[in-house]
Design a protein around this ligand. Sequence first.
Ligand code: SAH
Ligand code: SF4
Ligand code: F3S
Length: 451
Amino acid sequence: MTNPASAKTVHIETFGCQMNEYDSELIRAILRKEGFAFTEDKERADIVLMNTCAVRENAHNRVYGHLAELKAIKKQRPLIVGVLGCMAQNLKKELTETEPIVDVLVGPDAYRQLPNLLNRAIESQEQGFLQKVIAVDLSEYETYEDILPERAEGVNAWIAIMRGCDNFCTFCVVPYTRGRERSRDPQGVIREAEQLIAQGFKQITLLGQNVNSYRFGDWDFARLITAVANLPGIERVRFTSPHPKDFPPALLDAVAGHPKICKHIHLPLQSGNDRILDLMNRTYTRREYLALVEEIRRRNPEIALTTDIICGFCSETEDEFLDTYRTVEAVGYHSAFIFKYSERKNTIAARKYRDDVPDAVKADRVARLVDLQKRMSLRKNRELLGRTVEVLVEGDAKRSPSQWMGRTDGNITVVWEKDGLETKPGDLVPILIQDASATTLFGQPVIRGGF
Ligand code: SAH
Ligand code: SF4
Ligand code: F3S
């Protein structure tokens, strides 16, 4: 029998977090091995796969918008449409019922089955009958250990070291879409990191829904990140996203002191009010969170902190919101992702609490916090004026190919004019900071050797 995949061309669109970016790289590797080809142009694709996110309603809406576009293409010619990832897992059959153009639905633990499922969909389409193909079983073990993702070019490579989440924050859909927490064998992670360094990647980002809850035998996260950072040839190691509950002293020491571990911690706060934190099941109080911030800064005051915040969670009052506002002021984050609470089906909050803060109030709280954060980001960035910082060159600046763009180890974007020196992506260059906006630093290279 011929393999129906042999001439089929796939286009993948990725929504959501870095874990989805990584999963799309895994999916490419899985499909490439079975003879599928890829295109960047969805107009030319036989198969369009959307790797989706379910974390907030607007993530859903973006996917529905793209599905409407695909509907128009599918009217004119045969096309297989697949929805993968968190939305597929979360909505399961409902999605194929409400969106008839969806042929294939595959959750985050079922990607090994994807070639077979796509072949089945192709066959049924060629034979002219409509068959939906669905694989949404979650696994307690799947880590795709033996699959080497087909990575995008660049200076950074992701390595997922653990998958799933057992925290069940009451607002969050991730434990339902990604299943139980499980960690990869550290030897596999280290081997993969060595290969990536040999391929020329300068930075490795260790990924997990709760990356610092990593555990495999007597390996914890501090031990693993230190082992990766000790590999010869690596320039920078990052990690995301950690949970504030898992920062033992060994990890704080590693981040503060290891020269290859970036001086940046993304430390999701969610709320600065204890009653709301408790309703959210975040398992820490405002004081405990602030004590952690102090511990981080006591070890190294240069560490950049960033965060995630939800405004207008069930029953949040103005005063409780102001606790969050004041906590943001007190911590002084470099940047923050600030979201309106968005009720997700099946979560504990959806079952137990009422989503009773009016949308206009949520929007107003977000706007006030965004405004505060902009001022704080500008202040933080201005602290770097006149200083020389080490920047990892990523590529051309978005606005102009005559400028370079890179990042400090605190993850702040830096832009500077190309200067005729032999700079290339992946280089570490010393940049003297001369100007700062809330989001970007501007500067000029310091003559080499002067660093
Ligand atoms: N595992 C990571 C990322 C979770 S999703 C972590 O724990 O940090 C990223 C962010 O989305 C969360 O930190 C939270 O701020 C936000 N988020 C999650 N569910 C949400 C919801 N229902 N409504 C609004 N924001 C949400
Ligand atoms: Fe969601 Fe909480 Fe798990 Fe993060 S830790 S993925 S916010 S349940
Ligand atoms: Fe979204 Fe799933 Fe990531 S819900 S944020 S793509 S884990």
